[in-house]
Each structure stands twice: as C-alpha cells, then as structure tokens.
Design a protein around this ligand. Structure first.
Ligand SMILES: Cc1ncc(COP(=O)(O)O)c(C=O)c1O
Length: 374
C-alpha cells in the first residue's frame, strides 16, 4: 500500500463544487488582484480568526517580514525566536534587516520556552516571534507577560496552527500581529502561495495594505513598498475551504488520538505530547526516535514500505551553513532541546482525508519497526 504525506487532492475532490464555484466567480468577475473575492475573504478570515483585521499577502514569509517592517523593526534590531522552526521564520527576520536571536524550545511543546526568553533580551531587542510548531500553540500568556514587561512587540508565526488555540486564550489576543501561510501543505492551504497578517491594530492593517501594494493606497500615489498580494483566485479557494476548517481540524485530532492509542506501548520513540490546556491541530504528527542514530533508518523503512514519512526539521536554524555573510544568527544559551528535536523527529502522514485502512497500515508498519528496534 502507498500512503501519501499529503491529502490536498482528496480535499479538493471532497469540496470541488464549492471551490470551483468560487474560482468561476472570480474568473467571470474579471477582477483578479485586490478584487471583491479577496475583500470578502479578508472579512471572513478576520471574523473566523477573531481579529479586527486580516490582510492577504503573497506568502507566509512575506507576512512575517512585512509585519516586522510595519512595526519599524530592521537594521540593528534583534528579534527572539526559536531554533527549531522552518527556515522562513529566521529568513523573514534577516529580510527585514534585523538579527535573529535563537533560544531553545520546551522539550514537550517544541515551542519557544518562555523561561529562556529573558536571558536573550538586550537593549536592541525589539520583538519576540514565537512559532506554533507542528500545530501546538506556544505558551502565549507567558510570552505576552514578558513582552509587556520589556516593551517588546509580539508577532506570532502561526503558519502551522490555524484553528489551534489555548483553552484560555487564542492566538493574537495580546500580539501586534499573527501571520500565517496558505501554501498547499498547510492545514488551510490554497493552490499555490498565499499568506495573511491578522491584527487588531488599525495602523498596522493600513501599513501592511500599503506595503503589499507598492506603498500605495490611492491611485498613482506611492511610498516605499513591495508587491505581495494574495490573489483573488487563491482567496476564493481559501474562502471555500475555511468553511470546513473546524471539521477538518477535528478529523486531524481524531486521527492523532488513534495514533496515540496505537503507539502507547511503543518503546523506541516518543509520541507528540498532548499538552493539557491547548488545542493542538496536528499540522504534523511528529514522533521522536529515542536513538537518534536510528532515525534515518526508520524513515527509510517506512518509505520502503510505501509510507511517505518525512522529517521536520532535521537541521535547526543555527545548524544551517552556507551563509555568505557569516553567522546568520545569535544563539543564547544551550539549544539542546532544539538540536535533539532536529536529530530525532519523524513526521508520519497526518491529514483529515486519510482512510482508516491507511491509518491502520501506518500503525502496523510503525509498530513493526518499533518491535525490531526496542
Ligand atoms: C513555521 C513557518 N513559518 C513560515 C513559513 C513560510 O510560509 P511560506 O512558505 O508561505 O512563505 C512556513 C511554511 O512554509 C512555516 O512552516
């Protein structure tokens, strides 16, 4: 049997009628850039997410650096984030001209460890950029308290945790901006690139709108800006999918519980922690192989058996090389949890459209490997 890592073609087939209707509406309207479909989707997204504003941009990376830039963060400034994230989080900080300062993650949540943030704050620190990794929200109440104490901005990288939350808070409650990516493999994905900035700040909303559109909010009038717009076709796709996001997330969580139960006696790896007080949305179901030396062999075993397992992310930010300008980031304290995560992580297929038969097959092969490697 073959089990793909992604289910987006099935997802399209399941709601094809709604997606096609929106695409057709855009095509017939003749308005493809900053048109009515984008406007409608931005309103829908803001209402769904619970922020006053939502601005569609070109991708999740742009959403991050446009937010930094809109907050006036750039040359000479430092932004604290975690080392175990997709490269784009740190990349966005560099694009804005600032320095990425990396601190370690919590070993259970894999998100930035709030207890390690204050040691990384210097007079140049301007913002904290926590990443809600794998679908698990960071401990935002603790992060907001630190940010408020030190007068720092907060931008949440929510590319992986749309529809997630804490039980007592939701993303964005006390942040300057929350960003997301709509690239197809995300929990809410379009048919190409897309991203969004959510904010409750009217000035931030206005600035991002100008920055994304060549610095213009009136015809022929420009200030400094770029071209980074979410196009109306993608907005139409996302609008149709957003109506189903809660049910789709619930199905991810249901599959995670099936994996959790099936793997509870496995000895060779650690299951993702179901941290109380959070709605983990399982963008990824990432296990940790106890013996790091065997991690790649496990991935290979699963792939040899038709299961498209992957690693996210096997090289932490500070472990990347090849930067022509030298060290790309500053490291504060030990990054042992991030490094351990990079060395041991394996992501199993996880999406709502998996079938029971596929889940059973994955479970069977993972348990077979576990039995042979305890
Ligand atoms: C945590 C994280 N941040 C940022 C991004 C960047 O998003 P994009 O690929 O849309 O630029 C991604 C995904 O690609 C991501 O997973």
């Amino acid at each position: 049997m073959k089990v793909s890592f992604y289910g987006h073609v099935r997802q399209y087939e399941n709601i094809k009628g709604e997606i096609d209707a929106n695409i057709n509406e855009v095509l017939q309207s003749g308005s493809y850039v900053q048109g009515p479909m984008l406007k409608a989707f931005e309103a829908q997204a803001a209402e769904y997410f619970g922020t006053t504003y939502a601005v569609g941009v070109g991708n999740g990376t742009d959403a991050l650096w446009l937010s930094l830039m809109a907050l006036g963060i750039g040359e000479g400034d430092e932004v604290i984030t975690n080392a175990n994230t997709f490269f784009a989080t740190a990349e966005a900080i560099w694009i804005a001209g600032a320095k990425a300062v990396l601190v370690d993650c919590d070993p259970k949540t894999k998100c930035i460890d709030p207890a390690k943030i204050e040691a990384a704050i210097t007079p140049n620190t301007k913002a904290i950029m926590p990443v809600h990794l794998y679908g698990q929200c960071a401990n935002m109440p603790a992060i907001w308290d630190i940010a408020e104490k030190h007068g720092l901005k907060v931008i949440e990288d929510n590319a992986q945790a749309i529809d997630g939350a804490g039980d007592t808070f939701k993303q964005g409650d006390r942040s300057d901006a929350v960003t997301t990516s709509f690239i197809i493999q995300k929990n809410l994905g379009c048919f190409g690139d897309g991203g969004m900035v959510f904010t409750n700040d009217a000035a931030m909303d206005k600035t991002i709108r100008k920055l994304r559109n060549h610095g213009s909010d009136a015809r022929n009038v420009h200030s400094f800006g770029f071209n980074s717009r979410l196009d109306d076709l993608q907005a139409g796709v996302l609008s149709a999918k957003m109506k189903h996001i809660t049910a789709l997330t619930d199905q991810r969580i249901a599959w995670a519980r099936v994996y959790d139960e099936a793997f509870k006696d496995c000895q060779s790896f650690i299951r993702p922690t179901n941290v109380p007080g959070y709605r983990h949305v399982y963008h990824l179901y990432a296990i940790e192989v106890k013996d790091a030396a065997k991690r790649d062999a496990m991935v290979q075993f699963l792939q040899d058996n038709g299961i498209d397992a992957k690693t996210h992310y096997s090289i932490a930010i500070h472990q990347q090389d090849g930067f022509p300008w030298g060290k790309p980031c500053e490291v504060v304290g030990s990054l042992e949890n991030s490094e351990a995560n990079a060395a041991t992580c394996v992501s199993l297929p996880m999406y709502p459209e998996l079938t029971q038969e596929e889940i059973d097959y994955v479970i069977g092969k993972v348990c077979e490997w576990d039995q042979a490697n305890q």
